[in-house]
Design a protein. Structure first.
Length: 702
């Protein structure tokens, strides 16, 4: 009995200390909160005094214990009176007077017992009668507070009233027994400490529910869940330990072996239970249903849902994350996602989790099907169990045939975005029984809108990437066609002059060179379309040689090209020789085509400032307007020529800027055009690498 009293009151002291510390740290003022904190503090002192008296017997010690017991009761009376005063406007003073009288009787009994510790029957009955009256008063206060509460407010105060009512019932039994028989039952007395400590969780729950106490105690659902799980595990282990103790000492020769088997089996069972997602789901649902006014902690759920969609997971794509996130809200283990195919009038499955793989062709849902129309028009979340049981509300819905492939199908959730029905999700059965009410439906509707926005963004990004691929292919095709046009122009010019000069040996030689050149460029264009490796890096190129090659290629055209270059030495830049020759050749060709046959085209090469090189192509042709120069010249597919494509200038500017240079145009209508190309100079190459095959296969301008 002494050992049990020590551990029992020690447990009570620890419980009051932890709860009191939490109240003190969370308290933000208020009379009711202060009274509760004071009552818990007095209860802690009383439990410590009982623990002290259990170890050191003495009259004075017991008097201190009884005095603290009276003060503890007074603290709880003050707390209840303040609660009652917050619910009714009159009658509280009467209860306060009765409480003072009851406490006075108890104090008188304690004071009269200070000399001989209840040796007189009158002294003992005085104390017991006061304590019995205090228990009755406490029950009356609890009953009065409960009756005076509004129906919608009882939920918040019901736990604390139940806990204190149970404490006063215990006190009533203890002191009624003592008053009738003239003595306190030692067994009931030693159980008193743990009994009062066991009601603290109910008081804590009521404090958490009631915001009017100015005690900002709002433990998160995660804390409540883990606390409950650890508490249940601790209680389970205590029961197992007690059973093992019994088996060991009463099991005879097999006692120790049976104890080890029992402990091992119990630990395996607990590990299986704690690792079960279904059991965790049941515990969460139970706690949410009985401890909180709402099923969800919306802030935590929304943050978790948004983070799951926004944070990439190497194991799951976005579609699978949508399924998993929606499933976690309702404890579903998996599902399938359908999305609308771009450019097609149907929805196809694109992701699944924990579902059997079915031929996608059998799961296609047409955009005008009954299911899609129902989801698009009503935006309902379809509970398939309810749909089959209550066909009246779903008379416009014909369930698709592919549902037979999913025997555990549970919920059909539409995904509605700014463009309408993006897709829908089929969720499988939950881990445990899960009731679908208005709160669940509202959360799922909000979550599906968020998921639809992410899926819309993903689909838009995919379409944009495809469009960019097509744009890149179109741009490359335009460059290739532009080069083909130049080659065709060379062949056309050659055929045009063939009738007049076919007997001229020099023309025949020129014609063979032109055909060989065209054949070479055609091969390079084919290589450009087939090549998958990166282009060659830039290297030192003699710009004088490049311009001389261009002049030689244009010698059969009119007007003739006149080249002006430095008298001595070469001019070197870092570039791709074939491509540089092509883009400058395009500028020269444009100058020739824009000029009259009796005019001239001049190409001037000299050194610019800051180590740069400048190539100036000047003609006296028809020129361009300021508006065209400013708004259209540098844009692709803009040209002044009837047969032109508007690609050459755009490609020229892009490539020259890639080399670190710049292209400037100056032009006047019917006067001419001056094109200035500036490039950064480079040191001459130490050796001539020779002509190498260009990896991009860029064709030369004609």
């Amino acid at each position: 009995m002494t050992a049990f009293a020590f551990w029992g009151y020690g447990f009570a002291a620890c419980a009051y200390a932890i709860f009191g510390l939490y109240l003190y740290l969370a308290w933000r003022g208020g009379r009711i909160g202060g009274a509760l904190l004071a009552a818990v503090g007095l209860s802690l002192l009383w439990a410590l005094a009982q623990l002290w008296s259990n170890q050191k017997f003495g009259v004075n010690i017991h008097v201190v214990v009884l005095m603290l017991d009276v003060l503890r009761a007074g603290g709880w009376f003050v707390f209840l009176l303040l609660l009652l005063g917050s619910t009714i406007s009159h009658g509280v003073r009467r209860y306060a007077v009765v409480a003072v009288a009851v406490l006075a009787v108890q104090l008188a009994g304690v004071a009269s017992s200070s000399g001989y510790l209840f040796t007189g029957a009158l002294t003992l009955r005085l104390y017991l009668g006061g304590a019995l009256a205090g228990a009755i008063l406490g029950l009356a206060l609890v009953e009065q507070i409960y009756r005076s509460l509004a129906a919608d407010a009882r939920w918040a105060l019901k736990p604390v009233l139940m806990g204190l009512g149970a404490s006063f019932l215990f006190e009533l039994y203890l002191f009624a027994d003592g008053f009738l028989f003239g003595r306190l039952d030692p067994l009931i007395w030693v159980v008193r400490g743990p009994a009062h400590a066991l009601v603290l969780p109910l008081i804590a729950l009521s404090v958490m529910r009631n915001p009017a106490w100015a005690l900002r105690m709002a433990p998160s659902r995660a804390v409540v869940f883990h606390t409950a799980a650890l508490g249940a595990a601790g209680a389970y282990l205590l029961v197992v330990a007690a059973a093992g103790y019994y088996v060991r000492y009463f099991g005879g020769e097999w006692g120790q072996a049976l104890q080890m088997v029992l402990l091992f089996a119990a630990l395996v069972l607990m590990a299986a239970f704690m690792s079960s997602a279904a059991q965790r789901a049941r515990l969460k649902i139970y706690l949410s249903k009985h401890l909180f006014p709402y099923r969800y902690d919306y802030r935590a759920e929304w943050l978790r849902f948004t983070q799951a969609l926004a944070t990439p997971d190497s194991r799951l794509d976005l579609g699978q994350m949508v399924i998993k996130s929606l499933g976690n809200l309702v404890e579903s283990t998996g599902g399938v996602l359908w999305l609308r195919v771009a450019g097609e009038e149907e929805y196809r499955p694109c992701a699944h989790i924990n579902q059997v793989e079915v031929d996608a062709a059998e799961l296609v849902e047409a955009a005008d099907s009954s299911l899609v129309r129902f989801l698009r028009e009503r935006e309902w979340i379809i509970n398939l169990e309810e749909c089959r049981a209550n066909q009246e509300d779903f008379r416009d819905l014909a369930l698709p045939a592919w549902l037979m492939y999913f025997p555990d199908a549970w919920l059909l959730i539409p995904l509605t975005g700014g463009s309408g029905l993006v897709g829908f999700v089929l969720l499988g059965a939950p881990r445990t029984r899960f009731e679908i009410d208005w709160e669940v439906l509202d959360l799922l509707k909000t979550a599906q809108h968020q998921a639809a926005s992410y899926l819309e963004r993903m689909l838009a990004t995919t379409e944009l990437l495809e469009a960019r691929k097509f744009e890149s292919f179109t741009r490359m095709s335009a460059f290739v066609v532009h080069d083909l046009k130049n080659l065709v122009a060379q062949l056309s010019l050659m055929l045009k002059n063939a009738e007049r000069h076919k007997d001229n040996p020099e023309f025949q030689q020129d014609m063979l060179e032109t055909v060989a050149h065209v054949e070479s460029k055609m091969r390079e264009l084919m290589a450009q379309l087939q090549e998958k490796r990166s282009i060659d890096p830039p290297r030192a190129v003699d710009l004088v040689r490049v311009l001389e090659n261009i002049r030689q290629r244009k010698r059969g055209q009119r007007p003739a090209v006149e080249l002006q270059r430095p008298a001595q030495g070469g001019v070197v830049v870092q570039a791709h020789p074939e491509r540089l020759e092509r883009v400058i050749g395009h500028i020269v060709q444009n100058a020739i085509e824009a000029s009259h046959e009796d005019s001239k085209v001049t190409v001037t090469l000299d050194h610019s400032a800051m180590g740069r090189v400048r190539v100036v192509v000047e003609d006296h042709g028809r020129g361009m307007s300021e508006t065209f120069l400013r708004e259209h010249l540098a844009r692709p597919f803009e040209t002044t020529k009837a047969s032109g494509m508007g690609i050459g200038v755009y490609e020229t500017r892009q490539y020259i800027r890639e080399l670190g240079g710049e292209v400037n145009f100056e032009s006047t209508l019917e006067v001419g055009t001056r094109v200035s190309i500036e490039l950064p100079g480079a040191a001459p190459a130490t050796r001539d690498p020779g002509r190498t095959h260009i990896k991009t296969g860029e064709g030369s301008d004609a």
